[in-house]
Design a protein around this ligand. Structure first.
Ligand SMILES: O=C(O)CCC(=O)C(=O)O
Ligand SMILES: [Mn+2]
Length: 207
């Protein structure tokens, strides 16, 4: 499956819907200008207190293949894959980005998970953002800044398990609609030979 092509106009309001069964992803490929995205990338890489978290899998400690930062309102602790994350206070560039996201989406968000993919060897494995703290049908908004990467989705339950791919452009926003996390898994695979960094911010609500 492939997303169709965009028209050649680059307005921040321009959007494309991706229909995956009953779940919808809405993509705003030009939400932030290239120049603004570039300046956010530099600010985020140098100003965020990036953590190298470790997962315990089958009795072994394994470093998460990316750096992370959990940010949010005071009472928004978050757990996933055995990690318990305490929120760091909101930082100015993240608050700016959140304002734009809230304006486009028309919803408010009390937390964000930031991922720093240093190069193509950093990745995130198949998962769904379906932790109990996020409520039963969360809307999650993903902002991509820096290197273009492929985002893959596949149904949690299907015989064919055909993958759907979206090329995440720098400055784009993806709204993952309210049944997506229940029905689909997503991942950001490694890319051989890629040396460009990327930062991703997913805005969420701890309920
Ligand atoms: O980097 C991305 O585009 C996805 C990140 C993600 O899925 C997550 O942080 O839960
Ligand atoms: Mn995710």
């Amino acid at each position: 499956m492939q997303a169709s092509l965009f028209e050649n106009t680059q307005s921040p309001q321009q959007c494309q819907k991706h229909q995956l069964g009953e779940s919808t992803i809405t993509e705003y490929p030009f939400a932030f200008t290239e120049q603004l995205a570039k300046s956010y990338l530099e600010l985020l890489i140098s100003n965020i207190d990036w953590q190298q978290d470790r997962l315990r899998i089958a009795g072994k400690e394994i470093p998460v293949p990316r750096l992370q930062c959990w940010m949010g309102d005071k009472a928004s602790d978050y757990s996933y894959s055995g990690l318990r994350l305490k929120p760091q206070p909101w930082q100015p560039p993240v608050l700016d980005i959140r304002s734009k996201v809230e304006e486009i989406v028309g919803l408010t968000f009390n937390s964000a998970l930031l991922n720093f993919y240093r190069n193509g060897q950093d990745s995130v494995a198949w998962h769904a953002d379906d932790e109990i703290e996020l409520g039963c049908s969360p809307i999650i908004v993903s902002v991509s800044i820096g290197a273009e990467r492929i985002f893959e989705l596949k149904p949690k339950q299907s015989l064919k398990r055909q993958k759907y791919q979206i090329l995440l452009k720098s400055g784009s926003i993806l709204i993952m609609g309210n049944t997506l996390q229940n029905n689909y898994l997503h991942q950001l695979p490694k890319v051989k030979g890629l040396n460009e960094p990327r930062v991703n911010l997913t805005f969420r609500n701890i309920v």
